[in-house]
Write a protein that binds this ligand. Structure first.
Ligand code: DC
Length: 226
């Protein structure tokens, strides 16, 4: 069986669009595997910081990305996928705002992206894969039969992140979050290496004002599984 016979649903979009929860729900509903590609960029940033590698030291970052010792463990939808770096549970550490920000910086470096490419394609195993990221439909799985681009307004994404952090007992200002979200969008969309944009054949779903169940229904319909 060639890889292209193994079904893939790609879900791309900006952070806070609900992709993480939706892809977990889709994978669970379909009984398919899940790729959280953002975690690989976050892990690269974290492993670099542990090895005292600066975020602009390209050759060293490429080595870090190529040599990542990572493992993922599925969790119920809504809980972050468990992530291990060299055997350590770093689930909480990789989800911090600062790790996300560093991830967005290492993600602009094309050779780092190249070093992570095959690792991502290796997730394509039977019975199927749901792939969460920024370039799943455009670069990593361009032949995927179902491509979804999930988006939401920056204000709504800031509000969702604010509620999550508040529930976790972290106090932040919503204005600061909105500013960070805008800066990260800007960097992800305007970089030359695999910029965040919908694939030509992607179905765009705007989750602004929708409940997670409504978004899931739309995604299942887009995947022809409604
Ligand atoms: O989805 P996330 O917030 O975990 O992603 C963290 C950063 O990694 C994001 O700002 C951009 C980058 N990223 C990427 O460039 N390509 C991907 N496929 C996934 C994430």
């Amino acid at each position: 069986m060639s890889d292209t016979d193994i079904p893939v649903i790609t879900v791309d979009g900006p952070g806070g669009s609900g992709k993480g929860t939706i892809t977990q729900m889709l994978a669970k509903k379909l009984g398919w595997h899940l790729l959280d590609s953002g975690a690989l960029y976050r892990l690269t940033a974290l492993a670099a910081s542990r090895a005292n590698v600066a975020l602009d030291d390209e050759p060293a970052l490429v080595k870090v990305a190529a040599g990542l010792d990572v493992a993922f463990e599925p969790t119920p939808p809504g809980e972050p996928v468990k992530v291990f770096l060299a055997g350590d549970d770093v689930t909480a550490e990789v989800r911090t705002e600062s790790c996300g920000d560093d991830a967005s910086k290492v993600a602009v470096i094309q050779p780092v992206r190249d070093a992570l490419l095959q690792r991502q394609r290796d997730f394509r195993i039977m019975p199927g894969l749901v792939a969460d990221g920024r370039d799943m439909g455009t670069v990593i799985f361009p032949d995927a039969p179902v491509k979804i681009f999930l988006t939401a307004s920056a204000e709504e994404r800031a509000q969702r992140r604010y509620s999550q952090l508040k529930d976790a007992g972290v106090s932040v200002s919503i204005d600061a979050l909105l500013e960070e979200i805008r800066a990260r969008d800007e960097r992800d969309m305007n970089r030359s290496a695999a910029p965040l944009k919908p694939a030509d054949d992607a179905q765009v779903i705007d989750s602004t004002g929708l409940s997670i169940e409504e978004v899931l229904d739309r995604c299942m319909a887009a995947a022809g599984q409604a």
